[in-house]
Design a protein. Structure first.
Length: 95
């Protein structure tokens, strides 16, 4: 997973794309590839700049660490970050 995040971030920077980062909501756990947030953003704006960097099951703290330590290539780039407050509504999943 870390390789994927680092590699994808470098590819995005090189191509000037916009990272869409988040959990399974961004990844598109229960939808087809043409039903993801990044797909609809690209479709609505007639572009291919939005790149899906969602990771299924990622807690906000895990995403924070991945972005901070493994996605430095997207610094000074545009990033769309999805935050799912449902993680904090569960005593089992809240840190």
């Amino acid at each position: 997973m870390l390789f994927f995040v680092g590699f994808s971030a470098k590819q995005m920077k090189k191509e000037g794309s916009i990272a869409v980062i988040g959990d399974s909501v961004v990844w598109g756990e229960y939808v087809e590839p043409d039903g993801t947030l990044s797909h609809y953003l690209n479709e609505q704006l007639s572009t291919t700049h939005f790149v899906n960097l969602g990771i299924n099951g990622s807690h906000p703290m895990a995403l924070s660490g991945l972005v901070e330590f493994y996605s430095r290539a997207v610094r000074n780039s545009h990033v769309l970050l999805q935050y799912n407050p449902l993680w904090m509504s569960s005593a089992r999943h809240d840190l």
